[in-house]
Design a protein around this ligand. Structure first.
Ligand SMILES: Nc1ncnc2c1ncn2[C@@H]1O[C@H](COP(=O)(O)OP(=O)(O)OP(=O)(O)O)[C@@H](O)[C@H]1O
Length: 348
């Protein structure tokens, strides 16, 4: 440990791994101020998997960065594994990120010139783990994420899902107590996303002394979450507990990849879209769950949607509306795109 005792609190088994109290973050740009986090109070206990959702710009990434010491809070306290993060100096932050927090990003952040083995081993080299121990742990971690066959591949030769599995193994390298993941399935297909989700769950079952905070737009993460927090304008506006068995069944039935081609809800403008009367439509007018009427909904474009429906040389994309209250997922046509022009960027 590199920090002096004044940044350490007394350890006790029932203590949270991370504790945030009265946390604020204000970004200043010239005359403008953005309050990215507002009075966040949160305790994360060992064995917990906490999911954070919320609209773009609601402060999710900022929250992870403040916990990791990458961004300094404007006010309030963050404690991780007994370390008072906001008081740590550079050396302490380095120790925190090297040994106590494992971070996973949407775009993997792997070193392109290193193999899968090299990438997973790197944090252990930095923390000076003896070579024999390091080699054993790399093997163990690559096996855990199902990537032992790809140990000698460099990132360019791996799919998005495979790169993310390497990044997960890397995040666990130095056995950190807290895992922070920012959109870990944002750049992978839905089958890889399901696998990644299961790795997270298994890792916690195998290591109940750890905790995870996962920022995601992917509603299916609620399946494995002990708690789901909804952020809006920098504030936690809602907290959901675990899914009940009924809710889990609903989620299973609603799995996007199982429902390709089955549109369960058609918007009145669909016909106009198909007839080509509109080039591009977004359904900002859908503001509530069609089933229960709750306005706590998340809108997302299906990952598979780009190639879902073709009609008259056009692709019709669809949007899923996930209800955070009743967990119903409905699908809506979201836009129509000319195949030649927009094939590779159907969501822009
Ligand atoms: N370094 C910065 N300087 C100025 N403003 C910032 C900075 N980082 C974030 N912000 C602002 O803080 C707010 C919260 O941003 P943040 O990236 O945390 O949101 P988010 O919920 O993660 O969004 P997304 O889902 O789009 O990634 C936004 O208004 C953003 O523009």
């Amino acid at each position: 440990m590199t920090e002096s005792d004044d940044v350490k609190t007394k350890s006790s088994p029932s203590k949270p791994i991370a504790e945030l109290s009265e946390l604020y973050k204000i970004f200043k740009q010239g005359q403008n101020e953005v309050m990215a986090l507002k009075n966040i109070n949160l305790k994360i206990y060992p064995g917990e998997l906490v999911v954070i959702m919320g609209p773009s710009g609601s402060g999710k990434t900022t929250l992870l960065h403040v916990i990791a010491g990458i961004t300094r809070p404007s006010a309030g306290n963050v404690t991780v594994n007994d370390l008072k993060v906001e008081k740590l100096k550079d050396e302490g932050i380095q120790d925190l990120l090297q040994n106590h927090i494992g971070m996973i990003f949407q775009f993997f952040n792997l070193i392109p010139t290193l193999t899968a083995t090299g990438n997973v081993e790197m944090p252990m080299i930095v923390s000076k783990m003896p070579k024999i121990q390091r080699k054993e742990r790399v093997q163990y971690l690559l096996k855990e994420v199902g990537m032992i066959e790809r140990a000698n591949h460099r990132p360019f030769a791996l799919s998005g899902g495979e790169k993310q599995r390497i990044a997960i193994a890397q995040a666990f390298a130095n056995n950190p107590e807290l895992i922070l993941a920012d959109e870990p399935t944002g750049n992978v297909d839905s089958i890889s996303a399901e696998k990644i989700m299961q790795y997270f769950k298994k890792a916690l079952v195998d290591n109940p002394e750890k905790a995870m905070i996962i920022v995601t737009h992917d509603i299916v993460f609620r399946k494995i979450a002990d708690r789901t927090l909804i952020l809006r304008d920098g504030e936690i506006i809602k907290e959901y507990g675990r899914f009940s068995q009924d809710e889990l069944d609903t989620q299973k039935n609603a799995k996007i990849s199982d429902q390709i081609g089955e549109i369960t809800h058609k918007h009145e403008q669909t016909q106009a879209l198909i007839n080509g009367k509109h080039d591009h439509l977004f359904f900002e007018d859908i503001i509530q769950c069609p089933k229960c009427g709750s306005k706590e909904i998340l809108k997302a474009y299906d990952k598979e949607a780009g190639a879902l429906f073709t009609h008259n040389q056009q692709i019709i994309t669809r949007m899923s509306i996930a209800c955070l209250k009743c967990s119903e997922i409905t699908y809506h046509y979201a836009g129509i795109y000319n195949i030649k022009k927009d094939l590779h960027q159907p969501h822009d």
